[in-house]
Design a protein around this ligand. Structure first.
Ligand code: SF4
Ligand code: SF4
Length: 418
């Protein structure tokens, strides 16, 4: 996700920290040369408002709103149940103090921000939600969900974490069967194979269009910044108006020349934790100090959209389970799939450096960063920088210095290359 942002629930004018009016920190961006890309950029600048309007209308029409908090949750099933899958991951630093009244301060900011929205009732999508689908990924989220479940309807998917074990997949498949039954029971619909196939087709289309957009970043120079690409992402999946914008922007970007102002920048592969809406500070720091993020391996980038669900599979639920079981999150052990994905992405996007973002207290990504560094430096021959931070801007100057030093290393290598 995610992955998401929120609009203050009151319906009154958005407060200063409202993601409907995010702070304008776009030092790395400049206007696109293509009107269709510019139109898509403008559309997604108001993404939270569009999502709010769509969710409100759907709710009024009796359509269930289902909140999700992780890319392991198959939106296909929610769509098949007639629901609207909305990402609820928090990216707002202002929601952390209310969370810390209950949660330990030494916890990932994404978890705390999400919980802060829950405590303050200021995420209208969360307040509208008829059900939350949570999952057993990292310990912090798992235990935070227990507190949310005291007052909100929740279904928890048990994610098996040893992907190489044959019975692990069987358990995951049975968990998705339970989710299918729960959605059907709760919302009074039969999730037939045909309905599931419709959900699969819709999600495949969305993933395909987002991959097309992301694929434009293989070019040198690319047609937009990493921040602009990150902003081409909706909190709600498969909204027709969003799909139209993805399609128009991807077609237009493919025909447009690369952006001259992005030529000569250091091409960066960003990996690590997801960059939730309103928590894009490190992306902006990289792109305002001479870099352009050409590839985002994380869960707000290519990782969850890299693979589609097999539309022709005889058992659609099994096909959904297979796609999601392959997602290489650091909660998996071993997580060799992530190293394979990084290799493929580095080949395709030709970065000159790797930056790994770790949210403070995210132990799984933090420990795994050792493997990523080893891969980048020893195998990929790519300078590597690990940035551990939270949602506070207090360390921005220090991060900027380290990013500049990384880029100096890249330039020095280039100039000394034969
Ligand atoms: S990084 Fe892992 S836990 Fe976080 S959204 Fe992605 S799959 Fe879920
Ligand atoms: S970033 Fe890490 S600690 Fe935070 S929710 Fe994701 S997996 Fe858990």
């Amino acid at each position: 996700m995610t992955c998401c942002g929120n609009r203050e629930a009151s319906g009154a004018a958005p407060a200063e920290a409202d993601p409907a009016r995010p702070p304008q920190v776009r030092e790395g961006a400049s206007p696109s040369g293509s009107p269709a890309v510019a139109a898509a950029t403008a559309w997604f600048a108001d993404m939270v408002q569009h999502c709010y309007d769509q969710a409100s209308a759907a709710k009024a029409a009796g359509r269930p709103i289902v909140g999700i908090l992780c890319e392991y949750t198959p939106r296909e099933l929610i769509l098949a149940a007639g629901g609207l899958p909305v990402c609820l991951c928090g990216g707002d630093a202002a929601k952390i103090p209310p969370a810390e009244e209950i949660l330990p301060s030494n916890l990932c900011p994404l978890i705390k921000s999400t919980f802060g929205y829950h405590r303050t009732g200021t995420n209208p999508f969360l307040e509208m939600a008829d059900l939350l689908v949570a999952e057993t990924t990292c310990d912090g989220k798992k235990k935070m969900y227990e507190l949310m479940a005291e007052s909100r309807p929740m279904h928890v998917l048990e994610l098996t974490q040893k992907p190489n074990e044959p019975d692990a997949f069987a358990h995951w498949l049975s968990e998705l069967g339970r989710l299918r039954a729960e959605l059907g029971r709760r919302f009074g619909v039969e999730l037939t194979d045909d309905r599931l196939r419709e959900g699969i087709r819709a999600m495949n289309r969305e993933r395909g269009l987002r991959r097309l957009l992301a694929g434009q970043m293989r070019r040198d120079p690319p047609p937009f910044t990493g921040r602009e690409l990150l902003d081409f992402k909706s909190l709600i999946s498969c909204l027709p108006a969003d799909l139209e914008q993805y399609e128009r922007a991807a077609t237009a970007a493919a025909a447009a020349p690369g952006r001259a102002d992005l030529a000569g920048r250091v091409r960066v592969l960003l990996t690590g934790v997801p960059v939730a809406h309103m928590a894009e500070r490190v992306v902006d720091l990289i792109e305002s100090h001479g870099g352009v993020i050409v590839c985002q391996e994380n869960c707000t980038g290519l990782k969850p959209i890299y693979e589609d669900v097999d539309e022709s599979a005889p058992d659609p639920l099994r096909a959904v389970a297979e796609k999601y079981f392959h997602l290489p999150c650091s909660v998996m052990t071993p997580n060799d799939g992530r190293m394979n994905l990084l290799r493929e992405l580095a080949d395709a996007y030709r970065p000159a450096a790797v930056v790994e973002l770790i949210w403070q207290a995210c132990l799984t990504y933090d420990v795994e960063s050792h493997r990523v560094k080893r891969w980048a430096e020893a195998e990929g021959n790519l300078p590597y920088l690990r940035i551990e931070t939270d949602y506070s801007p207090s360390d921005s100057a220090r991060i900027a210095l380290r990013v500049e030093a990384l880029f100096e290393t890249v330039r020095a290598r280039k100039s000394s290359a034969p």
